[in-house]
Design a protein around this ligand. Sequence first.
Ligand code: NAD
Length: 484
Amino acid sequence: MHALPFDTRQLLIGGQWRHAASGQTLPLMNPSDGTLLAEIGRGQAADIDAAVAAAQAALDGDWGRLTAAERGRLMLKMSALVMAQADELARLEALDVGKPVKQGRADALAMARYLEFYGGAADKVHGETIPFANGYTALTIREPHGVTGHIVPWNYPMQIIGRSVGAALAMGNACVLKPAEEACLTALAFGRIAQEAGFPAGAINIVTGLGEEAGAALSAHRGVSHLSFTGSVAVGQMIQTAAAQNTIPVTLELGGKSPQIVFADADLDAALPFLVNAGIQNCGQTCSAASRILVERAVFDAVVSRMADRYRALRVGPAMDDLDVGPVISARQREIVQGYLGVARDTGLKVAAQAVLPADLPAGGCYVAPTLLAPAAPDHRLAQEEIFGPVQVVIPFDGEAQALNIANGTSYGLVAGVWTRDGGRQLRMARKLQCGQVFINNYGAGGGIELPFGGVKHSGHGREKGFEALYGFSSLKTIAIKHD
Ligand code: NAD
């Protein structure tokens, strides 16, 4: 067993670390070797009740009394602490999620940057005065929603907590965080660092547990005024249904089948690293993974051949070895990905290249060989469904109109990339692509903390990241004063 720096079975409620009311725990596995990593508390409805009550008490007490500048200062202090502890956070994430240490470190620094960005923004969200009838002064103010619920997945815990809890805290909400049962360590570390930074009790509460227990209880709770959910489409729809029963706003960041579109005039040397990295980063378990590569026919063979070279060179191994690709999160996820590779085989979808798995990988680890499939038809199942593993399909196209049709031809709409030197085409494509973010001659913009992010269609609605999130995590009140 790896040494862990705190008791992972405890929940954070009202500033106290305590066991779940039921006393029950759940196992946390290390995906790199299949061993038991730790136990986490199995929080349930009673723990969610306590966490929501603690958050409300914080709003009515010390947390609610802080000025926006004071909230911001706490967040900046926390950002510095996260940065100082980035190596330890990266180790925890590597053990828990199976991501190579350098990616875990990048996630820790991203969380620090979210806290810095939103800490700096906390006292810069202003209302307006509105020209209105004679004898009136009319104005708007932004207020916190109250208690906000944050349900996050296992693939990027630190980044998603940073962007969602960070923006909510900046606006003065009190948060109840429900991490994914597969990966909780950095969420729990987040709570400890918040305490070290001096956040008042109850501003941040953390309840680990199963989605259908703790998650469902949080999303249905009448004391919660806003829900932020990142995860699968199926659960997102349940969350929206639960939110509708309490008539509260919900931000849904769901899955994707994001394309990168390569035109024949593109700078292929610049594009190539982005094409592959955006497919295999975090073993393909990224909502904005570029899982479809659309390539204009004139350069199709050249692009596939160069991507294939890169695939063959990928090094796969345990997260702590810090190679290019680690394991997927669980045996279940490995089976899902292998199921898709079986469909590819059965339907004659050609393997253009596959990374070689070393013979000495730990037997219990959840490894999948990164696989490039080409050419694929746009309506093939693997070109339509989110695989959430290190698998990319390459689809040929002829001309701009067909590229757009293919790119927009799935139920998702999260992110798209366009590689072309033609300025007019860059803008035409950007305007017509159905998604929340378009990257021209880059992809992902290095994480883009400042850039509003979210989807259309089944990829969800609402925006996180950037300044825009601060509007989502606050409620606008209009005040009209008659004075004449
Ligand atoms: P998931 O939907 O199974 O789980 C996400 C979270 O929801 C977990 O905390 C889980 O415990 C909780 N949950 C599960 N059932 C619940 C229920 N009935 N009620 C309330 N909460 C419940 O998703 P996952 O498998 O953890 O994550 C993978 C999915 O997340 C992929 O589809 C991926 O694209 C998506 N994702 C999207 C983004 C984004 O920003 N758009 C980011 C990361 C992941």
